[in-house]
Structure formats: structure tokens, C-alpha cells
Design a protein around this ligand. Structure first.
Ligand code: PMP
Length: 287
């Protein structure tokens, strides 16, 4: 099926959507993005994504070309036009094009940002077999830039990390800086010891996951203990459980780290429970 996508105010068949070769997103990775999941044809945590988008744009001195109301309307129209029941909506805003290439930012008065949105249909996403099996991760050095709290489209190193994992038969990579785990290539990372969930505290070192915020809230509500602090790969290998969170994979159990099985090598008790709570609560609050 040819998707209907959104480009700068227009809904178009994907084959007709165009962006300039001078767009700074293309030339400089000068852009930010969000991925919002759709369950039962409704948007999960739309507000969280809209707020983080605003923050990412602000940190980069980029103008937001769309109001929150219009953004919600476009998300809903894309869900409707593409008949998405379970899937994702990708949104990207770049600094646009002033018709040439220059390191200096173009004048924001005359250069409008580019906004692109498209859907990805993922039937069965909530009930994925991968989440029942759990993920195997490797550890790699985190050599990304220092503003990982901004959700930019500079995703080359995370893509390379994913490929390093695939090459050795694993699913993902956890990145390590100064001996401590920062996050997964496209998710936040957690370990579990007893009833305690341990995850790195928020800073410029990691993306402030929208799913992270919701999952930690639900964990606390369920009387689980949450400790926001650094942890090492060695500590993770000895944990009872581990998991990751992201808007596209929700809560994903991790069953192996650098070839070492956690517990009995199957998803533990806490991660699957958090996944269930997260999906239940977020479906209820979906818009
Ligand atoms: N960290 C990184 C590096 C990511 O790319 C993502 C997903 N975009 C996350 C964490 C998880 O964020 P969220 O829960 O908002 O999807």
C-alpha cells in the first residue's frame, strides 16, 4: 500500500513527497525527531512526545513550525488515512533549506523548518514474540556527542551499534562511558535486583525517555523501589533481571549481556509485569 505521508502542510502519497537536497537535515543532521506509538488506532503518550519535541527544538534554537493542536490533528489524520491499528508515527523537523550549504544557521526569518511525518504499520507490536523471548545485548563504548538529551537525527553510531550486535547474533548494544552504562542504541537501560529497579539518572548523557518516565511512575505506584544511579556492565551481568524501554518496543526484557545469561536466561518477573502495566495504563490514556 502506498502510504499517505505529511510534508510541510500537505498530505501526499509517499512517492510524491519531496524535500530539498539542500535541507540541513540531509546535509548536517540538523534536525530532531519523535516516534509515537499507536495502539488500538490511538496515540500513546502524545503529550510526552510533544513536550520533548518542543524542548529538543528549543535547545537547538529551532523554531517549532506547528502548534500542538495541529500536530495532534496530523498524527490522527495519518493514522486514519493509513488505517493504522498498531504501529508507529515518525515525525522529523529540520532547520530547513536556504538553497545552499553553510555551517552557519540560516536566518530563521526567511528559512522555514521542514516537517515530515509518516506511519509504520506494525500489527502485533504489543504482543511481540521478541518481548516474550527477551533480548540479547552486547556492550560497546559510547562515542556519541555530549547532548544525547536532544533527540537529534544523528543516528549513525546507534545504527553501527545495532549492526555490531547483529554481527554476533545479538539484538542490541548497551553503550558504556567511563565504565558506566549510558543507554541502549534506541532505548533506556535498566537492571533489577530483588524488588529494586536501577537506571541511570537523567542528564545530558542520555535521552530522557518518554517511556522511561511512565514506567518509573508505574513502578513506584506498584511499590517497586527505583534507584536512579549509574551501573556497570559487571553489575548488570550479576543482576536478577534487566530490561530496556522505548516508545516503539515498550518494556523489553534483556536476557543476556556480553554472552552472560541473566538468571535462567529467560525474561524475569519484574520486566514482563512492568510491560503489562505499561500497556494497560497507556491504552487507557491513549488519545
Ligand atoms: N534512548 C535513545 C538513545 C533512544 O533513541 C530512545 C528512543 N528514541 C530512547 C532512549 C527511549 O526513548 P522513548 O521512551 O521516548 O522512546
Amino acid at each position: 500500500m502506498t502510504r499517505t505521508v505529511y510534508v510541510n502542510g500537505d498530505y501526499l502519497p509517499e512517492t510524491e513527497a519531496k524535500v530539498s537536497i539542500f535541507d540541513r537535515g540531509f546535509l548536517m543532521a540538523d534536525g530532531v525527531y519523535e516516534v509515537t506509538s499507536v495502539l488500538d488506532g490511538k496515540l500513546i503518550d502524545f503529550d510526552g512526545h510533544a513536550i520533548r519535541l518542543e524542548r529538543s527544538l528549543g535547545e537547538l534554537d529551532m523554531r517549532n513550525p506547528i502548534s500542538k493542536e495541529d500536530l495532534l490533528e496530523v498524527h490522527r489524520e495519518l493514522v486514519r488515512a493509513n488505517e493504522i491499528n498498531e504501529g508507529l508515527i515518525y515525525l522529523q523537523i529540520t532547520r530547513g533549506s536556504d538553497g545552499d550549504r553553510d555551517f552557519a544557521f540560516p536566518d530563521p526569518e526567511t528559512t522555514v523548518p521542514t516537517i515530515v511525518m509518516f506511519t509504520q504499520n506494525k500489527p502485533g507490536m504489543a504482543d511481540s514474540p521478541a518481548s516474550k523471548k527477551g533480548a540479547k545485548v552486547i556492550s560497546i563504548e559510547d562515542i556519541r556527542w555530549g547532548r544525547r538529551d536532544i533527540k537529534t537525527v544523528q543516528l549513525l553510531y546507534p545504527s553501527m551499534g545495532k549492526m555490531m550486535a547483529k554481527k554476533v547474533g545479538c539484538d542490541d548494544a548497551w553503550m558504556v562511558e567511563d565504565g558506566f552504562v549510558t543507554e541502549g542504541t534506541s532505548n533506556n537501560a535498566y537492571i533489577v535486583k530483588g524488588n529494586k529497579i536501577i537506571t541511570r539518572a537523567l542528564s545530558n548523557d542520555i535521552l530522557h525517555g518518554i517511556t522511561r518516565a511512565a514506567v518509573l511512575r508505574f513502578a513506584r505506584e506498584a511499590q517497586m523501589e527505583v534507584e536512579e544511579r549509574n551501573f556497570t556492565i559487571d553489575e548488570a551481568k550479576e543482576a536478577d533481571e534487566a530490561f530496556t524501554t522505548s516508545a516503539s518496543a515498550f518494556v523489553m526484557p534483556v536476557v543476556e549481556i556480553d554472552g552472560v545469561a541473566l538468571g535462567d536466561g529467560t525474561p524475569g518477573r519484574i520486566a514482563p509485569r512492568l510491560r503489562e502495566i505499561y500497556l494497560d495504563e497507556m491504552r487507557k490514556a491513549a488519545v
